[in-house]
Design a protein around this ligand. Structure first.
Ligand SMILES: Nc1ncnc2c1ncn2[C@@H]1O[C@H](COP(=O)(O)OP(=O)(O)OP(=O)(O)O)[C@@H](O)[C@H]1O
Length: 338
């Protein structure tokens, strides 16, 4: 009754925390600012993201998870601990039970490492849930029924495609392509075409403001600032949505290919269900304009975008906490008790 059970979506781009009975209570970028002289963590989340690309020599903004894997374990553990403290307060009197969702590409060693980090941060019991399963539950798909559902979760570091039936993953594919690669593709394009160097934050802004996967009814344009590689001076240019679509095409094709490969490996009865129910897109990448249309054109199947794509995974971990009796089976069975 007093326990603060929490669900955590530990993503490469964002970390979200769900508090049982309350809903999502924290959304922060998975970024840590570290003082390289003392190895001290200065700040995490929004505060740390604001300094990316703007840090003085001794302070470095790090993203401890990259491409769907934990690039720096100690910093990930530190970040997780700070986030858990933030939502549970400093008093660890009522230590939380934690359901944590991690990218499905992580190794067994990393999975154990994340559990350990959560325990070190004060959790009483830690269970892990696969990302596409959490996304499917969060998007409201009928995962427990004997009917096939397809979910495509496009995050920062990875895109996960899965077909789920009877509470289990029947076919799945994970590719290390997501919002980060889209941003890098934009940086490379602008550099090649305009000799202009832009930062990751600008590239993400361009993607969100004018990026698209399919022709737009009304094409858009945006003025951007960067550093001219010819004379080294700051420069403004105007970019158009058609150009950004070109820049993104190759990366998007990798996501489409992963969907097609998963469909090819799906048992025929479940394929029939997917044709009836359509494909569900979740994760921040699902917000890219026209992505549903592109996937529809390429597969011939109806595509739906989840209502709040960025929240699906966290909402899914929360639903498991709220209905542990019904959904507990989707957790890995060897939860770690302290
Ligand atoms: N409106 C938008 N259009 C396109 N991309 C967006 C939009 N809003 C957010 N994104 C992108 O979504 C990504 C973050 O999505 P999300 O929070 O689902 O990832 P994550 O769960 O942290 O990553 P992963 O699943 O790889 O661990 C970022 O790359 C961000 O730029």
């Amino acid at each position: 009754m007093f326990s603060k059970d929490i669900g955590i979506d530990l993503g490469t781009a964002n970390t979200l925390v769900y508090l049982r009975g309350k809903g999502i209570i924290m959304r922060e970028p998975s970024v840590v600012a570290v003082d390289t002289k003392t190895d001290e963590v200065r700040s995490v989340g929004h505060e740390a993201k604001a300094v990316i690309g703007r840090t003085p020599g001794s302070i470095m903004a790090v993203r401890p998870l990259k491409d769907g894997v934990i690039a720096d374990f100690d910093i990930t553990a530190n970040m997780l601990a700070r986030f858990i403290k933030k939502v549970c307060g400093n008093s660890m009197f009522f230590r939380p039970r934690v359901v944590i969702c991690i990218p499905s590409g992580v190794t067994e060693v990393e999975r154990r490492a994340v559990k350990e980090a959560a325990l070190k941060a004060g959790a009483r019991q830690v269970s892990v849930i696969e990302e596409p399963m959490a996304a499917a539950i969060g998007a409201g798909l009928p995962i427990s029924e004997p009917s096939g559902s397809m979910v495509v979760d496009i995050g920062g570091g990875t895109s996960e495609v899965a077909v789920i039936s009877l509470g289990g993953i029947v076919a799945a594919r994970s590719v290390r392509v997501g919002g980060d690669e889209f941003d890098q593709a934009i940086i490379a394009y602008i550099k090649r075409k305009y000799n202009l160097l832009i930062g990751e934050r600008t590239a993400e802004q361009i993607k969100i403001e004018i990026g698209s996967a399919y022709e737009l009814e009304e094409e858009k344009e945006m003025e951007i600032k960067g550093r001219n590689l010819v004379d080294g001076l700051p420069k403004n240019i105007t970019v158009h949505s058609e150009e950004i679509r070109d820049a993104l095409a190759e990366s998007l094709q990798k996501v489409v290919d992963a969907i097609k490969e998963t469909l090819e490996r799906t048992p025929p009865e479940l394929s029939a269900d997917i044709i009836d129910h359509g494909i569900m897109l979740t994760g921040g990448g699902a917000l890219l304009r026209g992505l549903d249309e592109l996937v529809h054109r390429e597969t011939g199947i109806d595509v739906h975008v989840a209502e709040t794509p960025l929240d699906c995974v966290a909402a899914g971990t929360g639903a498991v906490l709220d209905h542990i009796d019904l959904l507990g089976d989707v957790l890995d069975d060897n939860s770690t008790h302290f």
